[in-house]
Design a protein. Structure first.
Length: 307
């Protein structure tokens, strides 16, 4: 595995790879890697010849300096894990290279960023789309892989890629979960043992709504109430938002159809947890007993200039 820190070197390696007739798969991360990241690496390997993983804790997508400082980091362990998984290139640029002195350009996607996380984290998605655009230009991949846990983020990235004609295919990996259903996240490491013991309630709440959907309930307010009742059984949670949305518009709906997504953000002590399910899919998974299946499936959307 090559470890690359220079932007120019990364771009050179990508050009060499593609000149040799090979394809580049890219997994952007902020490090402190877990099994969910590994599942995305596997999807990249299935989709391309050469796999690049980046580790960059992006300062512009944090709303509080304290959150940025407290974000978990373990570069040596991450490097060993990626080497074991057969990653070809680990790209770890410095902040000064990602944001050169005097950098004044920002990439913003309007509309899709107004609700859910965007409503509570002003500027967050502008930080995300700016850094993703920069990383795509640095790595120049044919395929980029993102996890479904960050549902709104992947929709925003898809829209940016489409609108700005990036020649890249976006592949979405399903949410990777712990045994109790908690979506894997680097931030989970900040939960105390007591908080971790109850954190699975956030997934149980989404499943309660999906179960109601499976019984025929379609009214969004009733579905949200089913989830809220389950989540509030664990008094430690503070709900930030709980919404049923159209997945393309990221807009609240009054009635859930087969595409509707329930998304939640809730605080457990100092840790903000997010999760989501497509209600119809989750209802089916519950009926089949596969509701906490590990990540592995993917969907893709191919974006090319002029299309």
């Amino acid at each position: 595995m090559k470890v690359v820190r220079s932007v120019a070197k990364m771009q050179e390696l990508s050009r060499q790879t593609r000149s040799a007739g090979l394809t580049v798969g890219f997994v952007p991360t902020m490090g402190y890697l877990h099994d969910g990241h590994v599942s995305l690496v596997h999807l990249a390997r299935e989709s391309a010849n050469v796999v690049v993983v980046s580790i960059f804790v992006n300062p512009t997508q944090f709303n509080a300096a304290e959150d940025f400082s407290n974000y978990p980091r373990d570069e040596k362990t991450d490097e060993a894990l990626l080497e074991e998984e057969g990653v070809d290139i680990l790209f770890m640029p410095d902040a000064a290279d990602v944001y050169p002195p005097g950098a004044a350009t920002r990439v913003a996607v309007s509309g899709l960023t107004d609700a859910l996380c965007g409503a509570f984290r002003p500027g967050h998605f502008e930080g995300v789309t700016t850094v993703v655009a920069a990383l795509l230009n640095m790595v120049q991949p044919d395929v980029a892989v993102f996890g479904r846990k960050d549902f709104q983020q992947i929709q925003v990235v898809r829209r940016m890629v489409r609108d700005l004609h990036f020649p890249v295919t976006i592949v979405e990996g399903t949410t990777s979960r712990e045994r109790d259903g908690l979506a894997r996240s680097s931030r989970n490491a900040r939960l105390s043992p007591a908080q971790r013991a109850v954190a699975g309630a956030i997934y149980a709440a989404l499943s309660a709504a999906a179960a109601a959907y499976g019984r025929g309930e379609r009214t969004a307010s009733a579905l949200k109430e089913a989830a809220r009742r389950r989540l509030e059984q664990t008094a430690d949670f503070r709900i930030e938002y709980l919404e049923v949305v159209d997945p393309d518009a990221i807009a609240a709906v009054d009635a859930a159809d087969e595409r509707a997504v329930m998304a939640v953000a809730a605080w457990l002590g100092p840790v903000r947890l997010i999760d989501n399910v497509t209600l119809a899919e989750q209802a089916l998974a519950l009926s089949e007993g596969t509701s906490t299946a590990a990540s592995g499936a993917a969907t893709s959307e191919s974006i090319h200039p002029g299309v």
